[in-house]
Design a protein around this ligand. Structure first.
Ligand SMILES: NC(=O)c1ccc[n+]([C@@H]2O[C@H](COP(=O)([O-])OP(=O)(O)OC[C@H]3O[C@@H](n4cnc5c(N)ncnc54)[C@H](OP(=O)(O)O)[C@@H]3O)[C@@H](O)[C@H]2O)c1
Length: 243
């Protein structure tokens, strides 16, 4: 298994979920320290430091997974970044960085993994966002939402393209999940807690998700028993997008 962004949040919980099922997992990210924290959680987890947007990163991390484990069954395209700005204040470098991480990198990491996944009859899981499945607009967050909408179309199109090669492509679309992502996109602790409390009132199940509740769906959709599902984008959002 390869999990991009496996040093934090949903990626780390997913790595642990696979590892506890007996799978061997390579977690990928730019920060060695957080990756090592994931490695310390389970003996089946190994790390590889890489920026997924760098040219050739996909080849390097697939090669590392094959060298370490001898096979590749699942690629989870989970790494993403966010930055909020209205159209009037968009910064070109920030937009290009965001699209490179959230949209372009998943394509080229997946491309590098194709032969290895074909050998195992493997699965690509793209981590989207439940909000991208609605017809709503999202103030100050257009670039992230556009990237995730694009990723959804990758999931559907690759599912059709890769089915003849025996590779499934599915997606989990999380709702609001308490991973501390708010602080990483520039909110203060108080702003993030306020956001979580406010949004919880709108969520039918009455609370935000834990990373483990999202990870369960990622690991489960990737199981061999899921062999007849491809191209599906599964919302895991406590019902939020139904309201
Ligand atoms: N949390 C939510 O409420 C929520 C809701 C909907 C969807 N999602 C989606 O779920 C996924 C995980 O989110 P999360 O909340 O767990 O976020 P997170 O903790 O911020 O995880 C993002 C991970 O991606 C890695 N990453 C970012 N840029 C990278 C790059 N260029 N190369 C390699 N790794 C990179 C980060 O590690 P480094 O910085 O060390 O590289 C980090 O480990 C994302 O796709 C996100 O869009 C989250």
């Amino acid at each position: 298994m390869i999990i991009t962004g496996g040093g934090t949040g949903i990626g780390r919980a997913t790595a642990l979920g696979f590892a506890e099922r007996g799978d061997r997992v390579l977690v990928v990210g730019r920060t060695a320290a957080t990756l090592e924290e994931s490695v310390a959680r389970h003996e089946n987890i190994r790390s590889f430091v890489a920026d997924v947007t760098a040219p050739g990163a996909g080849e390097r991390l697939v090669e590392a997974a094959l060298r370490t484990f001898g096979r590749l069954d699942v690629l989870v395209n989970n790494a993403a970044t966010g930055s909020f700005a209205p159209l009037a204040k968009l910064d070109r470098a920030a937009v290009e960085r965001q699209l490179a991480t959230d949209l372009v990198a998943p394509a080229f990491v997946a491309q590098a993994a194709l032969d290895a996944l074909e050998e195992t009859g493997g699965t690509i899981v793209n981590v989207s966002t439940a909000a991208s499945l609605t017809t709503q607009g999202f103030r100050d967050n257009a670039v992230y939402m556009a990237a995730k909408a694009g990723l959804n179309q990758f999931t559907r199109s690759w599912a059709v393209e890769l089915a003849p090669r025996g590779i499934r492509v599915v997606s989990v679309a999380p709702g609001v999940t308490d991973t501390g992502i708010g602080q990483r996109v520039g909110m203060s602790d108080d702003q993030y807690q306020g956001f979580l409390e406010q949004i919880s009132q709108r969520i039918p199940v009455g609370r935000v998700a834990t990373p483990e509740e999202v990870a369960w769906w990622i690991t489960t959709l990737a199981e061999p028993g899921g062999s007849y599902m491809t191209g599906a984008i599964v919302p895991v959002d406590g019902g939020l997008t139904l309201t």
